[in-house]
Design a protein around this ligand. Structure first.
Ligand code: NDP
Length: 693
């Protein structure tokens, strides 16, 4: 199926169409600046890259200066939005300083294209007034964000000097990376150094540490933690609840309670622990509708999903690990007539779970069930965007007879998460979140050598061979991209379709995607609900604009949905991009929204190499009727979780997790037991001790 390179859905209103064109031209300009620099980026060259007439570019931007000033403003606005998005989640002064650092240096924010384009401007700033204004505004915004936060922790003069130092270090890291043609682009180390530097400076000026056994740093303690989280319904913008935030004192107290409770819980037999978990599963099932409605209001996901999957998957998990609790055992080793040995499988102690916002209740259950089955106590922190269902889970456990303190929910932002990962007496942390968060959690956990399970992001391939049953493959691609509005870590967002069936595949895919119902998540007929937040929606729309700018064609969707009541929420139409290449941003980076990229292939070896050419390794799928080929291909795919002729089904019996940057360890299945318990080896002598002394 051939589509016009410039095709934009005809359904877009005129204003949106104009806006979309402007965005597209700006993206092309960023590409051009990154590749050929400021001087090489002429109006004619940019028009030719965008496949439009120079007159059209002039119509939107007047001349080269107008276009480049608009592009620089866009880049600066993007930095400001990234900072704002993180600031809005930080609240505490120390958290706000970190938000500015992370928004500039976190791996997902630090990219060659932006850095090189930015460098092209930096060279011109002194000579062009329009650019000078943008640069000045960017610099003073960074300083003012930092100063505002630092003044809460330091005297004004020190705050100003530290703010200037942090800003200079951030700019320096970008500048050196761009000047060295990205050879010196290690933003992760720079971020860690800068974070340690800031902590060091704050520690020097902070009041003496409060006496406590906790490992929270002095600067953790010096922060003032926000009083509460406001939970919002992303479909309507309505406030759902205010939830109290936990700081160092609350976390210390919770760890103390958990230690006490864990000793009693671990002393119970596996069969007794199993009974509690099974009762909890029954209560979850009995409250399915009520909890599904709560989850839908908190996440924006359609009720038809939460009622069928979220609560049920949590209950399945509790039931499964209840089944294993009574059979946890060590081994006996015969060591000859004079000795034998055995192993005891013991709990780790107090463990922490930190959840993402896409499957809040399910994630809490997937972590709690194996942890509790093994005799641990768990402190669980849900994502601050979805704090509610974990509170209900805690009530469910209490009703099922779980001793107080064995499962506790702590609430807060990333700062509260850090208190868990840095706490010396918490023995393990299991995180579901982004790759950058995973690295930060692992680095923090290293100080106390905690066990770590990381369930992180992905950009998974789904391969459709030419002998596949086409309707199944299309259904698989839909499940792999649009369930939960695409906010699923294992999504198969790179759909590789064999060249011979591409046209037929796209035709059916378009038909079925167009028919999907975007709407009020509480309406049982709605199939696509709201994205989690406005900031996330903007990120997804940004990727869609980037896809267009890079020359991919929108087959379906490609826009925000604002009809009727949906205008107050964050809805994006299911979007399919055709004509994609492996090096496009939409085919490389995790979007975590309803955006599918279709890529063509013609050969088995070729598609395996392309599927593996990613830093991620969470999941993969293959559709083919040739079972030999299916197993041969799956064996070569670098992914922790794979499907043959289906996608995104995750029964509790099968371990789930990633390889490469997608994570460490496994959840579910018997494998999870390994990650929540440890072996003690015991040697038992049956004879006399023969010492050579
Ligand atoms: P984030 O990484 O932003 O947050 C995950 C959790 O970690 C949140 O509770 C967050 O708190 C907390 N957190 C953030 N920074 C720190 C820190 N430095 N120390 C300790 N805790 C911290 O992920 P999202 O919530 O945005 O979820 C989306 C991501 O999760 C996607 O990348 C997705 O692929 C991945 N994911 C992976 C799954 C898997 O099983 N592999 C399943 C589901 C999602 P706060 O909420 O306050 O920021």
């Amino acid at each position: 199926m051939e589509l016009n390179r410039q095709s934009t859905p005809a359904v877009l209103p005129r204003d949106e169409l104009e806006e979309s064109r402007r965005r597209q031209l700006i993206e092309v300009t960023i590409d051009s600046l990154a590749e050929v620099g400021y001087v090489g980026s002429t109006l004619a060259q940019i028009a030719s890259r965008a496949d439009v007439s120079p007159g059209l570019v002039a119509h939107y931007f007047r001349d080269k200066d107008g276009l480049l000033a608009a592009t620089f403003r866009t880049l600066a606005r993007r930095v400001a939005q990234r900072v704002q998005a993180r600031l809005s989640l930080a609240y505490t002064p120390r958290g706000r300083i970190q938000a500015v650092i992370d928004a500039n240096l976190a791996p997902e924010e630090f990219d060659r294209r932006t850095g090189t384009a930015w460098l092209a401007f930096w060279g011109q700033v002194l000579h062009a007034d329009s650019l000078k204004r943008v640069q000045k505004a960017y610099q003073s915004r960074t300083l003012s964000n930092l100063c505002h936060a630092l003044k809460r922790l330091l005297p004004a003069r020190e705050a100003r000097s530290l703010a200037a130092m942090i800003a200079a270090m951030i700019d320096g890291v970008w500048l050196r990376a761009a000047l060295s043609n990205w050879r010196e682009a290690d933003s992760e180390s720079a971020r860690a150094l800068l974070t340690a530097f800031v902590d060091g400076r704050l520690r020097e000026s902070a009041p003496p540490a409060i006496e406590s056994a906790s490992d929270a740093t002095v600067s953790d303690r010096a922060r003032d933690y926000p009083a509460s989280i406001t939970s919002i319904n992303p479909a309507t913008g309505a406030v759902l609840a205010e939830v109290r935030v936990d700081g160092p004192r609350e976390i210390d107290a919770a760890v103390g309670r958990a230690e006490e409770a864990q000793r009693r819980w671990a002393a119970m037999s596996g069969a007794v622990r199993a009974r509690v978990l099974r009762r909890a599963a029954d209560i979850l099932r009995a409250r399915n509708r009520e909890l599904a409605e709560l989850e839908t209001r908190d996440t924006g996901k359609p009720i038809q999903e939460t009622i069928a999957v979220d609560v049920a998957s949590g209950a399945d998990c509790l039931e499964y690990f209840a089944g294993l609790a009574a059979s946890l055992a060590g081994e006996h080793m015969d060591l000859g007539p004079q000795a034998f040995g055995y192993t005891r499988r013991e709990p780790l102690g107090v463990v922490a779970g930190i959840g993402a916002w896409n499957y809040p209740l399910q994630i809490a259950c997937w972590k709690a069930a194996p942890a509790l089955a093994c005799g641990n106590a768990m402190l669980f922190k849900p994502a601050e965007l979805t704090p509610l269902s974990a509170i209900e889970l805690s009530a469910v456990f209490a009703q099922a007879g779980l001793p107080e303190g064995v499962f506790q929910v702590v609430q807060g932002y990333a700062d509260t998460g850090r208190l868990l990962t840095r706490h010396a007496r918490i023995r393990k942390v299991s995180l579901t979140g982004e790759v950058g968060t995973g690295k930060a959690v692992m680095a923090d956990a290293a100080a106390s050598l905690k066990h770590v399970t990381l369930e992180l992001g992905g950009k998974s391939p789904l391969i459709v061979f030419d002998d596949a049953k086409l309707d199944n493959a299309v259904a698989g691609a839909l499940l792999a991209n649009f369930y939960s509005a695409g906010e699923v870590c294992s999504n198969g967002t790179r759909v590789f379709v064999h060249r011979r069936i591409r046209a037929a595949f796209l035709e059916r895919l378009k038909l079925r995607t167009t028919a999907m119902r975007v709407g009020d998540p509480m309406d049982p007929s709605t199939q696509v609900g709201a994205l989690i937040s406005e900031a996330h929606m903007e990120k997804v729309l940004g990727y869609i604009a980037r896809g267009r700018a890079e020359g991919a064609q929108v087959l379906v969707g490609g826009h925000r949905v604002t009809t009727g009541d949906l205008a107050n929420g964050f809805f994006v139409a299911p979007t399919v991009f055709d004509g994609c290449h492996d090096d496009m941003a939409i085919a490389r980076e995790e979007i975590f929204g309803p955006v599918m990229t279709v890529l063509e292939f013609s050969d088995e070896d070729e598609v395996i190499a392309r599927a593996n050419a990613t830093e991620f390794g969470l999941a993969a799928g293959v559709f083919t009727n040739d079972l030999t080929r299916a197993h041969r291909v799956i064996a070569q795919l670098q992914a922790g979780t794979c499907w043959i002729n289906h996608y995104n089904v995750t029964p509790i019996e099968l371990p789930f997790g990633g390889t490469k940057l997608s994570g460490l360890g496994r959840e579910n299945g018997r494998a999870a037991i390994e990650h929540y318990s440890q072996l003690k080896s015991v040697y038992v002598a049956m004879g006399d001790v023969d010492a050579p002394y």
